[in-house]
Design a protein around this ligand. Structure first.
Ligand code: CA
Length: 341
């Protein structure tokens, strides 16, 4: 990628990314460049190179996957505003905790939802401050590759018990009650809480709402989330047991290609209308609840990078695993309890 002439940015609004980090960008010609995103203004992208010098490029100079990522960053809410009191948090001014995790209100619940899945760096802070934390999260593999190696990748390979221990540690550290979301709270976060019966077990609600997906309605839209990548199609091919197996294109993932064979850094795709990212795709998310009263398995929501099939991509989909299970395509999201109204 050849540097273009540096231009002075005089446009009225400079959109600051939700968070910045060094990442490897790929040009439309396939060459790579490491840099930190500074701004996206119209079709002009400004990066900071590793040596600190700025570099301005046209959006079209980037690969299709990077263009989508850059546009998502440009649309993300500016990170400037934040609330210091959880009860004052809004979508525009989230509560930010001591780890830099951002939390927003979800109507229908009395909690704030973290806008992102718990990151590897959040879990690393907990693991280094605690003793006896299981180390499976450091070494998770899929397709023969390591999963979630970077700080802003979602932590994977954590059991329900591990996630609850993280929440207990965070509660003590920040003096705000942190826990896993209940299955019902998760439904409100993804926009279907009003359509489900309160008190029903997660298992009884599985895939019962046929027209709601985290991105909206079928078909799967480009940029909808980290669901499936062309490079992993032959290996993560959807199972023929899914009810839609005969649908044209199904066994090839409908041609969907998100650029991430495994996990993506959290917040790489568009947020929902509440400002919450990756409720669909990336990693399955542990909930507080048992799947059904008759068993001891725990409920997961939201699907993953492994293209779990149409049924499991529904907003109302639930899967279940034993509470001690540690999986390379599952993690968790934290909620903060608000004072009782
Ligand atoms: Ca997710």
């Amino acid at each position: 990628m050849k540097p273009l002439a540096l231009t002075l940015i005089t446009t009225l609004s400079i959109l600051v990314p939700a968070y910045a980090e060094f990442r490897t960008f790929t040009s439309s010609a396939g060459t790579t460049l490491k840099g930190e995103l500074v701004s996206v203004v119209g079709d002009t992208v400004t990066l900071k190179k590793e040596d600190g010098t700025p570099l301005t490029l046209k959006l079209s100079a980037f690969s299709r996957v990077d263009q989508a990522w850059l546009q998502t960053q440009a649309k993300a809410a500016p990170a400037a505003a934040s609330a210091t009191d959880p009860s004052k948090a809004t979508k525009e001014a989230p509560f930010v905790n001591s780890l830099g995790m951002k939390f927003v209100p979800v109507p229908g619940t009395n909690v704030l939802f973290c806008i992102h899945e718990t990151r590897r760096k959040d879990y690393a802070a907990y693991a280094s401050a605690s003793s006896g934390v299981d180390t499976a999260w450091k070494n998770q593999k899929m397709l023969g590759k390591n999963v979630s190696e970077k700080d802003n990748d979602p932590v994977v390979g954590v059991s329900w018990e591990d996630a609850k221990a993280f929440c207990a540690w965070l509660t003590k550290k920040d003096s705000h009650t942190a826990r896993l979301p209940t299955d019902r709270e998760w439904s409100f976060a993804v926009g279907i809480g009003e359509r489900e019966q309160a008190g029903a077990s997660p298992g009884s609600l599985h895939a019962k709402i046929a027209d709601a997906y985290p991105w909206g309605s079928w078909p799967l839209q480009p940029g909808a989330g980290n669901y499936y990548d062309k490079t992993s199609v032959p290996i993560l091919r959807p199972k023929k047991t899914d009810g839609a197996a005969n649908m044209p294109g199904y066994l090839d993932g409908f041609g969907y290609d998100d650029g991430y064979p495994l996990t993506a850094p959290v917040m790489s795709f568009q947020p929902n209308n509440l400002g919450i990212y990756d409720l669909g795709g990336n990693v399955w998310e542990l909930c507080e609840d048992l799947y059904s009263p008759a068993e001891t398995d725990i409920t997961y929501r939201g699907s993953s990078y492994g293209f779990d099939g149409m049924t499991n991509m529904l907003s109302s989909a639930r899967v279940h695993q034993p509470r001690t299970e540690r999986l390379p395509h599952a993690g968790f999201r934290v909620v903060l309890e608000l004072p009782k109204p």
